[in-house]
Design a protein around this ligand. Sequence first.
Ligand code: ZN
Length: 214
Amino acid sequence: MTHDVQHPVPDALLMGYATGALPQAFDLVLATHVSLCDDARARLETFEAIGGAVLEDMDVADIAEDSLDRTLALMDGMQPVAPPAPSSGTFPTPLQAIVGGDEDAVRWRSLGGGVKQSVLQSDKYGTARLLLIPAGRAMPPHSHRGTEMTLVLKGAFRDEDGVFARGDLEVADAAVNHQPIAEAGEDCICLVATDARLRFQSLLPRIAQPFLGI
Ligand code: ZN
């Protein structure tokens, strides 16, 4: 399954996913996105190939012992690229595994105004939840303390960055102020991950370093 890539996911996030260094909530969003987006999956495979080639080229005697330890620790965390497992229904396979089924298995809780949510995972590093916005309904305008990733699974929403439809991923941080509004005609269901504070942002340079050799 593929879709028009209007909003490509940042490289740093794919690298973080490849090394298993992301908080669990973001892992779930990336795994789900990759299973919907051929472009993201292809780029992820490239990063994994680069990571492997960098490791093969290393002369072990030339690298500091702690650097080798760090590299090996990163390899431990690497996850194989999941092939796009076939899934009938609204939710891709990685998400169905967490929900315990498709859309009709979700236990929604009302947030008022017809908006509903279902928290899927939560720990001190982040929370993953499903969000249902009724067709045509606007969310309150907001900015962000940390990072927010929103993956559209059904319907579409529009905000200051454009239109996001099934398979599209919006990454918003403290610099982003937006007001998502569900497009008319169909309720919009999204998978949303948020982190605590800015921990996630400070993680990214450390993730990218061993891959890029900088
Ligand atoms: Zn937001």
